[in-house]
Ligand binder design. Structure first.
Ligand code: SF4
Length: 69
């Protein structure tokens, strides 16, 4: 299980995370990414974090707190 965080101050709304993980991310009215789920088993979360050009997404192993992407 992953725990996902977005640093909304860093997000510039490119939308790469939505393409990588449309079930986990959306753009809100201000064009900034927000989470549809803060916890998920979907490995697309890792891909989303890798795809973010701003490094705004962090993914943690929920069990041990270790950052995995
Ligand atoms: S990929 Fe990064 S910068 Fe782009 S919308 Fe998602 S969080 Fe924001």
């Amino acid at each position: 299980m992953y725990r996902i965080e977005i640093d909304r101050q860093l997000c510039s709304g490119f939308g790469s995370c939505l393409e990588a993980a449309p079930r986990l991310f959306e753009l809100d009215r201000s064009g900034i990414a927000s989470l549809l789920a803060s916890e998920s088993e979907d490995t697309a979360a890792l891909e989303a974090a890798r795809s973010c050009p701003m490094g705004a997404i962090a993914v943690f192993n929920r069990e041990n707190g270790e950052q995995v992407s």
